[in-house]
Write a protein that binds this ligand. Structure first.
Ligand SMILES: Cc1cc2nc3c(=O)[nH]c(=O)nc-3n(C[C@H](O)[C@H](O)[C@H](O)COP(=O)(O)O)c2cc1C
Length: 168
């Protein structure tokens, strides 16, 4: 199973999430995983071919309802011969999950993931809005990041890859 995780973070949480996804894919599925920080590794991001991977997982930070520019641009890549999954780090999604308010969660998943995927004509293999963390003056204001939720989702995705792509 060959996986690419391409992410962009503003405050660091999307990097943490990407690392948990990578660890989980490696340890549970013996996957080969490449990770690209789209802001810090611009050259690599340009030269990578998503179609060399069984699945590409794109992650973005959400701030004032918006994706990061680099992750949004990466979604314009050619994904014809691969599968695409999207996750976002979102205070709104994280809070809705903590409140067990799935209606609210779905609203933000639609806003932050479905809309952007539709715009790029992408049919997603998987998607998830994970929580985030907000700090001000070095003090944590809110923290809805949950490692277990990330591991759980990644295991689901890995199993789905094994089922739907037995040769992967
Ligand atoms: C100025 C600011 C604006 C934010 N706006 C939103 C928002 O509109 N919706 C949301 O779900 N989360 C919002 N958040 C929470 C972020 O999604 C959260 O901090 C997340 O960890 C960001 O990902 P990153 O750490 O990878 O940059 C905001 C955070 C900050 C600091």
């Amino acid at each position: 199973m060959k996986c690419l995780i391409a992410y962009c973070t503003r405050y660091g949480v999307t990097r943490e999430t990407s690392n948990v996804i990578a660890e989980t894919l490696k340890s549970n599925f013996d996957a080969e995983v490449d990770i690209i920080d789209l802001k810090e590794e611009k050259k690599r991001a340009k030269s990578v071919n998503p179609n060399d991977y069984d699945i590409v997982i794109v992650g973005s930070s959400i701030r004032i309802g918006r994706w990061t520019k680099e992750a949004k641009n990466f979604l314009k890549s050619d994904f014809k011969n691969t599968h695409v999954a999207i996750f976002v780090s979102s205070g709104r999604c994280g809070q809705a999950i903590e409140d067990d308010d799935m209606e609210e969660y779905d609203k933000y998943e639609q806003k932050y993931i479905d809309r952007i995927a539709e715009k790029q004509g992408l049919k997603l293999f998987a998607k998830r809005g994970f929580g985030g963390r907000m700090e001000r003056g070095g003090e944590v204001q809110s923290d809805t990041w949950n490692r277990d939720h990330i591991v759980e989702w990644t295991v689901e995705v890995g199993k789905k890859i094994e089922e739907e792509m037995p040769s992967a």
